[in-house]
Design a protein around this ligand. Structure first.
Ligand SMILES: [Zn+2]
Length: 460
């Protein structure tokens, strides 16, 4: 077992405060805190949803629709899944740097360490392939019994090497701005930040020491996903000007040309949705889709935040703090600040936190096994490459609540929406990579996911 850092561990950060305007100008932090900020990028979206559930402060929301997606997966009837272990694996994604993150001063991710199980009855030799599962709910392909016998497995010994933290060296102090840009401390950058705030002398400044444990970091993570002024909220407990709030940003441009090229490559991966609209208002009510779309949506939860912000949304996710952490990490010098190129590559490499990605995964992401065992030695939880069985249709609401379609579910959805039956119009649309990226982007902060991302297809 890994040595787990004591729960009481705290990280100290010094914040420089503008007393007059009651806001934080910047924070001064060491490698331990910067390690934590960079580790946000490694957390799969589903893990973030789970961790944010621990934050007591409910005055603002983060990841509204991804919460619904996560809950839908949790409640999803197992009979629609290809195998017994599919849900467990989707609920427990792990990024490439999962083992490294167990070495952080604060252990944020409470996902269980990887374990391996085999069938207690069948001998390994008779199943030279795919006889091991990372979940004790899997059923043996040979005899059908539960694969619940633990395989003696030595945990990889992660060596963080050298001095300092896990990702960042200890030779420097860092400045972290209120919107979470991270830079090595220099007096020039400190003075520039002060003058940017219109501060010309010492009289209105103060400093304060923040001791942050896991609870405070979860709070910070939630703020970083919702607000532009994370430290100010933490210190002054107030949300400052509306212009600082994250609002849907229509202008931030995704690299459409890069996406178009990928669109051509994956021209075959089109999914069909049957969309119900309110005739009188043109409002999108819900969509009905086959298992391919639902499988695709559920896999969002396995993608690390850094891959979402960086590779898929090209640093323009509109979640300012996260875009800033991603950019800071990408631009940071290796050797002097980031401990090695390998560490940087591991943090930034786009991937999915699953050994077996679904064939319905539309995004052009290379899946890299984060397991010391080869994928071919492990039992593949998919059937025909999918995590959902071929089955009927599913209802997907605008805010990503997913349920198997039935007349009961349809009537219930319409009742919740307060729409009369004779005011409904249906149309069929086909979506590809561009729409899928839009859905991903909208899911980070909107509650009208399908409306925001598919509207252009509905206009006749
Ligand atoms: Zn067996």
């Amino acid at each position: 077992m890994a040595d787990t850092p004591a729960k009481e561990a705290k990280i100290s950060v010094k914040v420089i405060i503008d007393k007059v305007n009651r806001r934080v100008v910047y924070a001064e932090a060491d490698h331990a805190f910067v390690d934590i900020l960079f580790s946000f990028m490694t957390l799969p979206m589903g893990t973030i949803v789970r961790l944010l559930g621990k934050v007591a402060d409910k005055r603002f929301e983060a990841l509204g629709s991804l919460n619904n997606l996560y809950q839908s997966l949790k409640d999803f009837p197992e009979c629609y899944l290809s195998t017994e272990e599919c849900k467990f694996l989707l609920m427990n994604p792990r990024s490439l740097s999962f083992d490294h993150c167990t070495k952080l001063k604060l252990k944020l991710d409470d996902t269980e360490p990887l374990n391996y199980f085999k069938c207690a009855t069948c001998s390994i030799d008779s199943f030279s392939q795919a006889f091991i599962s990372t979940c004790n709910k899997a059923k043996c392909r040979g005899c059908g019994k539960l694969m619940n016998k633990e395989v003696g497995y030595k945990k990889p010994n992660v060596c963080v090497g050298g001095r300092g933290g896990v990702f960042v060296s200890d030779i420097a102090t860092f400045i972290v701005t209120d919107d979470l840009r991270v830079m090595p401390y220099t007096s020039a950058s400190s003075i520039r930040l002060l003058t940017d705030f219109g501060i010309t002398d010492h009289s209105c400044l103060d400093d304060l020491k923040l001791d942050m444990g896991c609870e405070e970091i979860f709070h910070l993570l939630k703020m970083a996903l919702s607000l532009n002024s994370a430290f100010t909220y933490l210190v002054f407990n107030r949300i400052i000007p509306i212009r600082d709030l994250v609002v849907p940003d229509q202008s931030s441009t995704l690299d459409q040309t890069a996406l178009m090229k990928k669109e051509e490559v994956s021209a075959t991966t089109k999914m069909r949705l049957e969309v119900s609209l309110q005739r009188s208002t043109g409002k999108l009510l819900f969509a009905e889709a086959k298992e391919d779309f639902v499988d695709f949506l559920f896999e969002f939860l396995s993608i690390p935040l850094g891959t979402v912000v960086g590779e898929l949304l090209k640093g323009a996710s509109s979640v300012t703090c996260m875009d800033n952490i991603f950019k800071s990490l990408s631009n940071m010098n290796v050797g002097r600040y980031i401990k090695s190129q390998d560490i940087k590559d591991m943090l930034l490499k786009p991937h999915i936190g699953q050994l077996f990605s679904s064939k319905n995964q539309v995004f052009p992401l290379e899946v890299i096994p984060s397991s010391p065992l080869r994928a071919q030695d492990l039992k593949d939880p998919r059937i025909d490459g999918g995590r959902l069985k071929q089955s009927g249709m599913f209802i997907v609401t605008d805010d990503l609540i997913i349920t198997p379609s039935s007349s009961y579910a349809t009537l219930n959805t319409l009742k919740d929406l307060k729409v009369s039956f004779d005011d409904i119009e249906r149309c069929e649309i086909s979506i590809g990579l561009i729409e899928c990226v839009k859905i991903l982007k909208a899911s980070l902060k909107s509650r009208l996911i399908l409306t925001d991302s598919l509207e252009h297809l509905l206009k006749k």
